[in-house]
Design a protein around this ligand. Structure first.
Ligand code: FAD
Length: 389
């Protein structure tokens, strides 16, 4: 057996083998179906670069950086607001056009049955509707964009050094470790997606997997792989913990067939007998915030995570910013579900989520699930190569 990762995922409750099996057989197929439904594929986001820390350096010039707005004809009817004197052309997919207009077709009715409550873990700009757009995530996959160099490095450096310094070995503060591992796991996942969908030949516009990049950035560092598994289990736990809420939520987009499909897939995910048998509690959040300084520590870590959320506005490439914002909101939603603020969400029934939070949470879980699958598929190749050297 060439498995490199065995035993229980550190600080979690399931082992690597189980995660791989349950992800491959159950979670990955369900999530792949779920994220294609209209409810889950449109994400509301303010893409305007509004960095509070540094001036916009206009880093990314690559076509693949731009976000493609939703074309009118495939935008769900119930999401639409009568166009305010916009020509049909303005709503066409504008990928690659620097002047890509924001699609202002938000309709407050979309939030029927959904509340707008502040998420204390994120810098929330949900109510700022005038600057929001809906993005079809399927048209804008997370992949290589060419965003690199000092601008990208500055963001990651700020995230790590200012907000979640790497814990010293022997660090006893479990909670700080959690924040670092969540960010590192997300970083691994982003790098894996970049390597899995890479521009191999610019002149031929040829895309594909870049195994060396995957190895260089993630696979050669066991800690980065472990943190990916940790983040996956953490987010999975949040989804299953919020099951009462997610089961009853309104998945209406005006397309009954697709909406029923979304609801059915959500139920299959939340009440999956195989998952419940193999990994009933993927992460045990009850162990945290126990010490005397628990409340204070929680406030401190919440502040740090809010800073990370604010940093997403500084990501100098639109598509990276889209996925950065979505995934940080997804993590913030998982944190909100698992760690009540001053006991606010101590019971499941008090939990309230925004529509966008649910979309971010499920899409984040899907991204992590894809990364786990890619790591599992790619690792043996490298094991063999290394042995052959
Ligand atoms: P980086 O990935 O920039 O890493 C910087 C440093 O962080 C490394 O040198 C290492 O010390 C440390 N590090 C790296 N990985 C980990 C880890 N898993 N855990 C702990 N520490 C780590 N580029 C795209 O092409 N497409 C995208 O969609 C995209 N999205 C992005 C989203 C965000 C929020 C950010 C900040 C950047 C994004 N980028 C994206 C850029 C991309 O992440 C890299 O920054 C870029 O490709 C340059 O990579 P690098 O090799 O310099 O290392």
């Amino acid at each position: 057996d060439s498995r490199k990762y065995t035993g229980i995922v550190e600080d979690c409750c399931c082992d690597y083998e189980t995660v791989d099996t349950i992800n491959g057989a159950v979670l990955h197929p369900l999530l792949q179906g779920l994220v294609t439904t209209p409810f889950f594929r449109y994400f509301k986001v303010k893409l305007w670069c509004d960095c509070p820390f540094w001036p916009d350096d206009g880093m990314c010039k690559l076509r693949d950086c731009s976000v493609c707005e939703c074309p009118e004809n495939e935008f769900p009817e119930s999401f639409r607001r009568p166009p305010l004197g916009l020509a049909a052309d303005d709503l066409k997919c504008q990928e690659g056009k620097p002047e890509a207009a924001v699609d202002r077709t938000l309709d407050s009715k979309v939030f029927r049955g959904w509340i707008e409550v502040d998420n204390p873990w994120t810098v929330d700009d949900e109510t700022d509707n005038g600057e929001m757009t809906y993005v079809n995530l399927l048209l804008n996959p997370e992949r290589y964009t060419g965003y690199t160099g000092p601008s990208a490095r500055r963001i990651w450096d700020a995230i790590y050094s200012e907000n979640c310094p790497k814990y010293a070995s022997g660090e006893i503060c479990q909670e700080k470790k959690v924040l670092y591992k969540l960010i590192s796991g997300l970083h691994s996942s982003i790098s894996i997606h970049i390597a899995a969908d890479y521009l191999l030949d610019e002149t031929k516009n040829q895309w594909g997997t870049n195994p060396d990049l995957m190895y260089d950035r993630v696979l050669q560092y066991p800690e980065r792989v472990r943190n990916l598994y940790f983040t996956f289990l953490f987010v999975l736990r949040a989804v299953t913990k919020a099951k009462d809420y997610l089961e009853q939520a309104e998945y209406d987009t005006g397309n009954p067939e697709e909406d029923l499909k979304a609801q059915s897939l959500i139920r299959q995910l939340l009440y999956n007998p195989k998952l419940q048998a193999a990994c009933p509690v993927p992460f045990d959040e009850a162990k945290l915030w126990k010490g005397q300084s628990g409340p204070e520590l929680k406030q401190q870590i919440q502040k740090q995570f809010r800073n990370i959320s604010a940093l997403m506005d500084c990501v100098g490439c639109e598509k990276c910013r889209l996925w950065g914002k979505l995934q940080v909101l997804g993590l913030g939603t998982a944190l909100k579900i698992l760690f009540s603020v001053d006991g606010e969400y101590r019971h499941d029934q008090h939990l309230q989520l925004q529509r966008n939070e649910v979309i971010a949470l499920v899409n984040l879980l899907n991204r992590l699930s894809e990364s786990i699958k890619l790591v599992q598929e790619m690792s043996p190749t490298f094991e063999k190569t290394m042995k052959g050297l």
